[in-house]
Design a protein around this ligand. Structure first.
Ligand code: GLC
Length: 545
């Protein structure tokens, strides 16, 4: 089980309102008790923080806001002492515009590092092509030094590296080796499937209602992605004896592409993060929020289970620092405990490596944002500006989408206790603390056997103990049922049956479940009737039930 920490919002040791490495170190026992195997740290490198650290200006240093390299070494030792591992976030599709590579590159068309980024002359009086940035506006910024434009798929302070240049790839390999030599146990690779762009950078289609073209067919899963990853394996991972973990963030990836990327024989990645199941409540794009249909969710996750059953490997997640909180999103805050634990049960019982994002194990919810001044995230702020000022959309309806999908929902401080700043900081937190920390918090859940936290602990222990959870074949039952989520996991001699009622109304299973209940989120009768948001897992002899 991998636990993701967003360091800025996890634990603040020095009262400056921002989380830090010493804060994380002080909470390692909490993570070990939860059953964490691997910690993934969102970026802690030196950064101007335009995108909260996903804009790196020095890959070999820690941002002073988080601490020092000495603090990092101490944290890593503390992680290893407790038998856990630690992986770093590797952000190498782009750097910060304040990284010395880009400063050098921007200085002149003759700079030896000019070709490390994507520089192009404008076409006419506009950008080189029509691509929109993933964070609103054009993907191109005109630079006043030379009048040329540089490509930035994210903010203008995140220029894209040109991976076609072998020196860029070598520089990335060197920094990866530097961290592995320091003792880290692998990497989560940020938008790694965007590193190979199609030569020529052709215009993308402009979808109805959009201001810019969609360049993703030309920058996602590009022609040299597999070559670049194999070369990285040779230069970085091959020959190392330590057990390392790599997970690639790969928006827009298909099952077939994911099979290639995670086929162990190809030596590219251990697993990927795919996005389909967290886009099922969206229409034409992220901000077009629709209700989720359970049939779509089950069908989609099952497609991934079957697609990677023989070759490749799934990662399993509901939450991360980019997604709204799952209990508010696919669950129901009116059935807070039941829906948080049901969602945990169905996810963790699938085949693959489960990820838990900080606070998910407490059942943390979305934040009740009132107006735009409460948002901190550059993606949300840019979207609001573009939608309201440039496209003339109704600010209230833009706010509704931001409230549902905004990334800051995930980024409010970790709720440690019921004190005024939730035990996160003694100062003023950099982003608002969710008012519900008075009753959703680690201190109150830790000793309560009926808490979401206690449930996660039991679920994780079950995964550690039971080989059928690791290897068992997956089979979806009742695929067309609009409220029942049911499936089995089977290996020779043993089977687990999962049944869950994904609704606020009682329902009845069309079969009588048999076997011993190994985990459930309700006490009491165990027949075919399921209470609202009830989830149960049965152990059966394989072959019956
Ligand atoms: C990834 C990160 C996200 C970041 C973006 C640009 O999607 O998860 O937080 O904004 O890449 O680096």
């Amino acid at each position: 089980m991998v636990y993701q920490i967003y360091p800025r919002s996890f634990a603040d040791s020095d009262g400056d309102g921002v989380g830090d490495l010493a804060g994380i170190e002080s909470r390692l026992d909490y993570l070990a008790d939860l059953g964490v195997d691997v910690i993934w740290l969102s970026p802690i490198y030196r950064s101007p923080q335009d995108d909260n650290g996903y804009d790196i200006s020095d890959y070999r240093d820690i941002d002073p806001m988080f601490g020092t390299l000495a603090d990092f070494d101490r944290l890593l030792a503390g992680v290893h002492d407790r038998g856990m591992k630690l992986i770093m976030d590797l952000v190498v599709n782009h750097t910060s515009d304040e990284h010395p590579w880009f400063v050098e590159s921007r200085s002149s068309p003759d700079s030896p590092k000019r070709d490390w980024y994507w520089w192009r002359r404008g076409s006419g009086d506009g950008a080189p092509n029509n691509w929109g940035s993933i964070f609103s506006g054009s993907a191109w910024e005109r630079d006043t030094t030379t009048g040329e434009y540089y490509l930035h798929l994210f903010t203008r302070k995140q220029p894209d590296l040109n991976w076609e240049n072998p020196q860029v790839r070598q520089a990335v390999h060197e920094l990866m080796n530097w961290w592995l030599d320091r003792g880290v146990d692998g990497f989560r690779m940020d938008v790694i499937n965007l590193i190979s762009k199609h030569a020529g950078l052709p215009d993308g289609t402009v979808h109805p209602g959009d201001l810019y073209g969609d360049g993703s067919p030309y920058y996602a899963n590009g022609p040299r992605l597999h070559d670049f990853l194999r070369e990285m394996d040779e230069a970085v991972f091959a020959g190392r004896e330590a057990e390392l973990l790599t997970v690639g963030e790969t928006p827009g990836v298909s099952v077939d592409q994911a099979r290639l990327l995670t086929d162990p024989r190809r030596r590219e990645l251990d697993m990927v993060f795919q996005f389909e199941h967290v886009e099922l409540d969206q229409g034409s794009g992220k901000w077009d929020v629709r209700p989720l249909e359970l049939v779509d969710l089950k069908g989609n996750l099952a497609k991934w289970q079957y697609g990677l059953a023989d070759v490749g490997w799934n990662s399993l997640y509901w939450n991360n620092h980019d997604q709204p909180r799952i209990v508010s999103r696919y669950g129901d805050e009116d059935f807070w405990y039941e829906s948080a634990t049901l969602l945990a049960t169905v996810l963790h019982l699938h085949r693959g490596t489960p990820y838990v994002y900080q606070g998910e194990e407490l059942g943390m919810t979305n934040y009740p944002f009132r107006d735009i001044s409460e948002f901190r995230d550059v993606e949300s702020l840019n979207h609001y500006r573009q939608a309201v000022a440039e496209q003339g959309l109704d600010p209230q309806s833009v706010m509704r989408s931001l409230r549902a999908m905004g990334r800051d929902n995930a980024r409010t401080p970790m709720q440690w206790d019921d004190s005024p700043n939730a035990g996160f900081t003694t100062g003023t937190a950099w982003i608002a603390v969710n008012p519900n920390h008075t009753w959703i918090n680690a201190a109150s859940e830790i000793h309560d056997p009926g808490s979401v936290l206690a449930y996660y602990r039991r679920l994780i222990a079950l995964r550690h103990d039971d080989p059928v959870l690791r290897d068992g074949e997956f089979e979806l039952l009742l695929p067309d049922d609009p409220t029942i989520y049911a499936f089995t996991r089977t290996r020779p001699g043993s089977r687990l049956l999962v049944v869950a009622n994904v609704s606020g109304e009682s329902c009845t299973l069309p079969f009588e479940p048999e076997g011993d209940v190994v985990i459930a989120n309700h006490l009491g009768p165990e027949g075919a009737d399921l209470r609202p948001w009830e989830a149960r897992v049965y152990r059966q002899e394989a072959g019956h039930g």
